[in-house]
Design a protein around this ligand. Sequence first.
Ligand code: ADP
Length: 382
Amino acid sequence: MPATTARSTTGRPAAPATVTASAGTQILLTNVTKHYGLATPAVDDVSLTIEPGEFMTLLGPSGSGKTTTLNLIAGFETLTSGAIEFNGADVSALPPHKRNLGMLFQNYALFPHMTVAQNVAYPLKERRLGKPEITRKVGEVLELVQLTGRDDHYPSQLSGGQQQRVALARAIVFGPNALLLDEPLGALDRNLRATLQAEIHRIHREVGTTFVFVTHDQEEAMNLSDRIALFNNGRIEQIGTPEALYESPETLFAARFLGDSNVFELSGPLGESIPWEDNVWSIAPETVSAQASAAEARVALVVRPEDVRIAVDGAEPPSGSNAVTATVRDIEYLGSYRMAVLSIGRGPTAGKARLGARESEVTEGQTVTAWWPVERQHLVAV
Ligand code: ADP
C-alpha cells in the first residue's frame, strides 16, 4: 500500500501549516548513471520512483552508491546519463538551490555565530519572507522538534542531539520538496540515536514531506522506512517494504544484509527437490524468489535463526519440514532469548537457531536435528 494512503487512514494529527507547504513531491530516477572515471560506475543504471510523502531509505554497504544517488537528487553531482524528475518536471540540469530541498547531514553544519532562532530563520530570510511570518514559522518548527525556549541559545550551548534537532528544523522550515538525510544519526551514541530515530519518524508523519534517508544500518532502515532500496555495487539489488525485504529476499546479498541467515549453498540450478549433502529437501513454490527461479541461476537456501527448531533425543520433526543433522557448538545467552550456534552437516557450514522455551534441554556438544517449516525457507539467487 502506498505510504500516503496509509497515512490518511490513521487519523494522524494535522501538521502545522508552515511545514506542509509541499504535501510531498514524487522523485523519479530513470536509468541514472554516474561515472567518476573509475573502472565501474558509482551509480549504475538506477531507476527508482519515490512516492510523494514516502519515507524511502537507500541502504547498503559502504561504497555501494547511496550518497552519490542522494547527491544526484540534490544536484551536488551531475548525471553521466539518465534523468531525474520532481512531480514530472525534469530537474536534471537544475542547480541545487533551485531544487528546493532540505538537507540533513551527520555533521550538523549549523552557523556557530548564530542563535538557534537565527539558524532556523536563515532559509526563510534567503527566501525573503516578512519578519512576522519568519517569527511564526520559527516558533512552530521549534515546537515540532521540541526545542521551544532554546531560541536564544548558541549551537555550542547545545548537546549533539539538540544541535541535530536545530539542523532538522532548519531543513524543513521552508516546506521543501523533500528532505534528504545522509547518515544523520551516525555521530550520535546508541541511546541518542534511538531517541532521534523516533523523532525523525514522528516528524515525517506530522510533516508529510518526502524523506530520502541514507544509511548503512539495517536496523535503522527497518525501523524508519516505508520502503528500502538496497544498494550493491551501484545498483539496486532489491526494493520493497522492510517486511518484504526481510520475508522475501531475492538474493543471497539481500538475505545476508538484512538480518541473520543460515545459508546452504546449492550446487546448481533448482530442480524438483533440493539436494544438500546427504539430504533431499522439499520446495514450497512460494519460497522461490523470481531471480532464483531463472533457468541458469545459482541458488542458495536461506533460513532465519528464529525459524529453525531443534529436536533432541531422536525426536522426529513434523511433516512439512526440512531437517538436517547438526552439532551444538555453543549456546549464547542474549538476555531475552538463547541462540544455539551449530555446525551443520559434514562440512564447514555454520548455523544458528534461536531457542524457544520448549528447547530448554538443548546443551552444548549435543548432536541434534535442526528443522524448519518448508514455507519458512527462502530460495534466493547467489
Ligand atoms: P556509499 O554512500 O554507498 O558509501 P558512495 O556513493 O559514496 O557510496 O560511493 C560510491 C563509489 O563512488 C565508491 O566507489 C566511491 O569511492 C566512489 N566515489 C564517490 N564519490 C567520488 C568522487 N567524488 N570521486 C571519485 N569517486 C567517488
